[in-house]
Design a protein around this ligand. Structure first.
Ligand SMILES: *Cc1c(COP(=O)(O)O)cnc(C)c1O
Length: 240
């Protein structure tokens, strides 16, 4: 299966219907791969979309959302959380150390941990706030200069440092393959790396390739465009 079969278009303009269709497609992919039903959780990536666009998806019962900017999340989500207290918010974009405090307060999962300075800040904020978002290490599987994340070879030492020096628990790994590449080898690489490090979480797969990711072991896929349609503002997904 190639990513061409699954272009990141949204279909009918009905986010809740798109979400239901995608969830069914993921279950089919899991079945084909001989994986356990329900073993992939879907993060609905709501970045750049307003609350009124997100509400139908909440009303349909979905609770896991991804945002890539701390400031945007702080504006958008508190009112929605009042209405739906069991929302899980995942930070999937790069995090500056000076926003670590707000990120620890606002997010349940941070998927973009990629350097010792940030690990130190997060550890200190988690201690201060007595709040422990789950953490994923971002891996730059394509070793692209403009993209955030550690090179695969750097991950074992960084993981050890997170644990031993900063006392952090790491749940898994996250990657964003190069846009122009076949994503499958990148997903396979991330899966292999996670397995070798006994990490259970694997965040990989977006609108164009979630079925492949589900087949190759993803535990979390991050899907925006295929649910909500094109984002109102164009942006390059570099995670840089
Ligand atoms: C925006 C974004 C996504 C979602 O991308 P789509 O192609 O719209 O599904 C996934 N992961 C990250 C890190 C992103 O920034």
């Amino acid at each position: 299966m190639s990513s061409q079969e699954n272009p990141p278009s949204a279909g009918p303009d009905d986010p809740a219907a798109n979400l239901a269709r995608i969830k069914a497609e993921i279950e089919t992919a899991l079945k084909e791969a001989g994986r356990e039903p329900g073993s992939v959780a879907l993060t609905a990536v709501s970045k750049f979309h307003e609350a009124d666009r997100i509400e139908p998806v909440l009303a349909a019962g979905h609770r896991v959302f991804g945002e890539n900017r701390v400031q945007e999340a702080l504006k958008k989500w508190p009112p929605l959380k009042e209405k739906y207290p069991d929302i899980e918010l995942r930070l999937i974009g790069p995090l500056q150390t000076n926003k670590a405090k707000e990120a620890v307060a606002a997010f349940d999962v941070i998927e973009s941990l990629d350097r010792p300075k940030l690990a130190r800040m997060l550890a200190s904020e988690m201690e201060k706030q007595d709040r422990r978002p789950k953490l994923y290490i971002q891996v730059n599987t394509g070793e692209e200069a403009q993209k955030a994340g550690l090179a695969p070879a750097e991950v074992p030492a960084f993981l050890a440092q997170c644990r031993e020096e900063f006392g952090l628990e790491i749940e898994g790994l996250m990657c964003i393959p190069p846009a122009e590449d076949d994503p499958a080898p990148h997903f396979a690489l991330l899966a292999k790396l996670a397995k070798s490090l006994s990490l259970s979480g694997l965040s990989m797969g977006m609108s164009g390739d979630y079925r492949i990711a589900a087949q190759l072991g993803a535990t979390h896929v991050r899907i925006g465009t295929a649910i909500f349609g094109a984002r109102p503002v164009k942006e390059e997904i570099t995670g840089a």
